[in-house]
Structures are given as structure tokens and as C-alpha cells.
Design a protein around this ligand. Sequence first.
Ligand SMILES: NC(=O)c1ccc[n+]([C@@H]2O[C@H](COP(=O)([O-])OP(=O)(O)OC[C@H]3O[C@@H](n4cnc5c(N)ncnc54)[C@H](O)[C@@H]3O)[C@@H](O)[C@H]2O)c1
Length: 412
Amino acid sequence: MNNKKFAVIGVSGRGSGMALELQNVEGVEVAAICDKYADRVENTQKRFQEEHGFTPDGYTDYKELLKREDICAVMVATTWITHSRIAVDCMNAGKHVAMEVGGAASADECWQLVRTSEKTGKFCMLLENCCYDRFEMALYNMSRQGLFGEIVHTQGAYQHDLRDEIALGRENRHGRLFNFMNRDGEVYPTHQLGPICKLLNINRGNRIVSLVSMSSKARGLNQWIKDNKGEDYDLADYPFTQGDVVTTMMKCAHGETILLTHECTLPRPYSRGYRIDGTKGMYTEDDNQIYIEGRSPQHEFEKVEPYIEEYEHPLWKEYYQKGVHEGGHGGMDFLVLSAFGEAALNDKKPPIDVYDAATWMAVTYLSEQSIATGSTSIPFPDFTDGLWIDREPYERGRYCLDEVCPEFYDIK
Ligand SMILES: NC(=O)c1ccc[n+]([C@@H]2O[C@H](COP(=O)([O-])OP(=O)(O)OC[C@H]3O[C@@H](n4cnc5c(N)ncnc54)[C@H](O)[C@@H]3O)[C@@H](O)[C@H]2O)c1
């Protein structure tokens, strides 16, 4: 296969690492990179030279990069409030686009993504790497094989102590701080919501109909700043708006409920708080435990690991057997980039499409609206405009997240 040219916009910590990883996908050549900070472009070029033996072209104005006709697809890894507008420009410039994860600030932002993708015929994929995590994929496989029975309730979370990254956002030129100074909502919803939505067939036979959010007080950043930067640091008593713990509940058209938690400013170990409750059993990420009626000892949890091995998703089985490149976050970054690469190289529908992206990202502005209005219930938009009850078929294949497709894997 001849290589096709890709570009990456936003090459700070995440974008730089993902650009280097994208180059490992067969058929992809990362020909151009861009960041508004020239030193980040130069640093990433240097890393490319060291790791891959060549230097992609560098830009500080992404609109200049988008004029290039030889680029077929772009990955956007900028800040939460810039992903969508850049993605829209990419599609309008005739390029498929994949965005790093984050939430949307308005309904219009989501609709623009949807309408631009429909108008241009270019896809907009969300790079939700957690959909390709080994555990998430095995749990999906278990659920598709009926182990949990009918799913009734799910839970997910982004519980990640990011106090240093957030508090030192100005020194590090990092995007998160300004969100925590000004917003209050489920600002980073997709890491666990993505796998949950695939499990519950959201946008394909099911949809989220309403949402309610509640936010705690904000104290974690002030405490961390006082302890680490001193009482005189200018943000020590800043009235941060983003609550330390934001809890969101959603209701689906077929009656399932989803509970989502965002918690990044209190001391705690990392967790995505996954939980699946069905009519025949349950899984909880707390201590990685599972209970399957008729199989587990009565009223006793079992460790989930043997189940993960037994129900290993064929993508991961093949991954282990072939001993392929593992990369960041235990391998899921490479898998999500491979899914993006395959779709863009073959002009196919991506496994996480623009309707998924709009729906998952919408949780952010909807939760902000709910919190701002005293935790009222907010109706959830249908970005498919009614088609969720009868969509065009999804693309079956190795990276499919709507079904497990065993015939696509080369497994002994
Ligand atoms: N999927 C994951 O596991 C994962 C992990 C980390 C970060 N992320 C996501 O990746 C994104 C980037 O994260 P980060 O930590 O590198 O953030 P960051 O704030 O450090 O970097 C964003 C970069 O985008 C650049 N940028 C912003 N607007 C631009 C524009 N108009 N043109 C060119 N460049 C522009 C900034 O200069 C900056 O270098 C975020 O959305 C974050 O949520 C995802």
C-alpha cells in the first residue's frame, strides 16, 4: 500500500506523543505538524527525527497547513474549546478528521460537527482510546455474549488527580486551568461514557433522553496550591468554579440509567469507576470484581481477571499473539489510531463517528446547563435527527465497536 499523508494539529504533551504513535500505523505518513507555539513544533520535529528518522513540515498557523492538497486526514489534539472549530475547518478543507477527547461548550458546536460532516462527506472521529482498552473490550464481549443478561444500569468516571497539571496551567501553558477557573460541569465526559454508549447501543437503537448534574464545592485546588506553592501564590484563594466532584445521571430511551462522575482536584488514585449492572450479573471496577448468577459462588464477588482471559476480545487476542507494538496507555492509543488510520486510508466510516462524537461531547454543556439551573433535568438532543431507530449499517471490521466481528482476525 502506498503511504498517505496525515497531519497533526496541537503538539503539546498529548499531541506530540500521539503524532509519533500515528506514524507507527501502517500506511500513514505524518507529513505535517502544527502548534501555535513554535517551540512545541520544533520539539516534536526533533522527536520525529530521533524516533522515525525524518522531520515532518512544521506550521504555526493551521489554516496554512489545511491549504495542502496532499494531506488526506488530520488529527486534532488542541484544547477542549478549540477541537471542534478546527475539526470543522479540516472537513471543509476536504480532510477526514479525528479529534482528541474533551467536551463541547454549546449545542451549536455539536451540530456544526454533524452538519459539516454530512455536507462534506468527510468523517469526524473521536479518538476515545478507552473504547479500545483491554478490559473494556473484554467486558463488551462478555456483555454481547449475554453474560450480564439485560443491562439495566451503568456507571463510569474520570477520577484522576490532576491538581498539579491544572493549578500550574499558566506556567505549563496548559488548557485545563481556565476551564476550572470559569466553568462548572462534567468537563471531561467521554473516557467511560464512550464504552458505555457502545454497550447500550446509543445512536443505534437507543439514545440518551435526559440528564441531571450536581456539583460539589471546589476546595481541592486551593488546598493543593497552599500546600505546594504557598499562601501568597495568586491563585491560593481563587474562587474556582469547577466543583471537585461533579455527578451526572442520564436516562436512556430503553430505560437504562448512566451515572457519571468527574473528579480531578482531590487526592486519589486513578479510576474510571466502570460498573455494569444487568439482570444476570454485574461488574465493578472497585477491586475489579464480577458476580455472575449461577456461576459465581452465591452472594460472593469473584476477581474479574479469569473472565477477561476467557472473554478476551479477538482484537486483543491477536494483538498479544502477534506481539505487535504496544505504545501508550497499555496499547489502546495505538489501537484507536489504527482504527482512525484504517478508516482514513480506505475512505470508510470510522467506528466512532460524528454522531457518537456529538452525543458524548454534548454531556459537558448539558451538565453545565443543569448545574447552572439548580440541577434541573435537561432534554438530550438527538444528533441523528430521528435516524437512531433505523440507521444505515455500521462498518463491520477489526476495529468495529458496534459488534464483535470474529472473521476479521488472524488468531491461532
Ligand atoms: N485520550 C487520552 O488519553 C488523552 C490524554 C491526555 C490528553 N488528552 C486530550 O488531548 C488534548 C491535548 O492535551 P494536552 O495535555 O496536550 O493539552 P495542552 O493544553 O498542553 O496542549 C494543547 C496544545 O494545542 C495548541 N493549540 C491550541 N489552539 C491551537 C490552534 N488554534 N492552532 C494550533 N495549536 C493550537 C496549544 O498551543 C497547545 O500546545 C486535550 O483535549 C486533552 O483532553 C487525551
